[in-house]
Design a protein around this ligand. Sequence first.
Ligand code: P5A
Length: 432
Amino acid sequence: MKISDFFIQTFREAPAEAQVISHRLMLRSGLIYQTCNGIYTWMPLGLKVLSKIEAIIAYEQNKIGCNRILMPTIQPANFWIESGRYNDYGKEMLRIKDRHDKDLLYGPTHEEVVTDLARRFIKSYRQLPTIFYQISWKFRDEIRPRFGVMRGREFLMKDGYSFDIDQKSAINSYKKIFFSYLKTFKRIGLKPIPICAASGAIGGNLSHEFHIEAKTGESEIFYDYTYDEIDAQKGIENVAFEEIEKIYTAADEKHNSTTCKVPPTRLKSSRGIEVGHIFYFGRKYSESMNLVVAGKDGHPFFPEMGSYGIGVSRLVAAVIEANHDEYGIIWPDAVAPFKVVIITTQNNNEQADTLAERLYQKLLSANVDVLFDNRSERAGVKFSDMDLIGIPHQIIIGAESVKNGNFEWKERRSGIRSNLTFDETVSRAAGI
Ligand code: P5A
């Protein structure tokens, strides 16, 4: 994409009410625009990042056999009356009446809708286990929307729902998602910390939150240092669930410093952003909404269910919280809106323009996601804009390039510069 064709606008300052760094950087680099309180428009640059995160999540979900669907954002109230949650949900639920005076709502989550779907399509134990998922917009009329898309009112969630014949099988599905989530977050370039969110795995509820450490995280998290050691040694996603469960983790009110058995020297406390939350809740919805399936012995039974959420739009903010410096965002390669940017420092120089255009065309044909900053701005303006929007690799065409046809390759994160020939530049870019 040539920047002359790309709708992008950067700002030197963020509004004072934007307090946390990710919110400030998202506004300054024009990723999002606040349409109204807690409700955002995703601008071209922001949408590219959001879509890349979405694609990674969908890929990992499909890989473990989850079925992607798309349920409506608007739901009938009667499902929620059936499940018993209509009144409990309170003011966070946006309630709507249609022209026939029917009660509708903008879905804050989809357990009810998916259970209704299952009671129409899942009739036999042979169809189990089944996992459905979607990536869709939710609305929660949060009392205090804040920090931009971190806590919005309308936000993008990946929500998944599992149906199993019994508890053993349900816990299996739960574990499958648990590990898939660890891999997903790592592929996005983050370090996830699963925090046990409920006690008594067997016989009751099971729940984990996935946190990303950041100074501005809304939750306080505590965990045994062993987690970091094991993760560094083997990668936490390669460790058995039972082993991970033995490592002490707790968030906020669940942590009790007097009863906690981890010695203070091994207890890490930091702040976390909750980017995922998974639940095993048994027959809560299948029973209340009468989802009945024929068993092997011919007897009908209520399937065991779980639900699994990732805050997709919140992840964009979390990635920035974990990847920035004083100049701006530093996107991990996997989710960068563009992987490389071509910057020419030589304005009104035909040779430089020709060289830049030739490189740009070559990178396009090599399928490189490239941005070409072809503005006739001062080099300093281009550098600070590109540092701000965080393209991870910069190819600089300077005075020397015009003479020898070589480029300077600069890594946004480390600042390391190298001199490369035309061909070396192309193959390095194609290899990212
Ligand atoms: C699990 C999937 C659920 O809703 N039902 C379907 C379950 N869980 S949750 O924890 O309430 O939400 C899942 C994830 O969504 C993100 N999230 C938000 N992101 C931005 N703004 C919000 N207001 C918001 N609320 C929740 C979080 O990442 C959460 O883990």
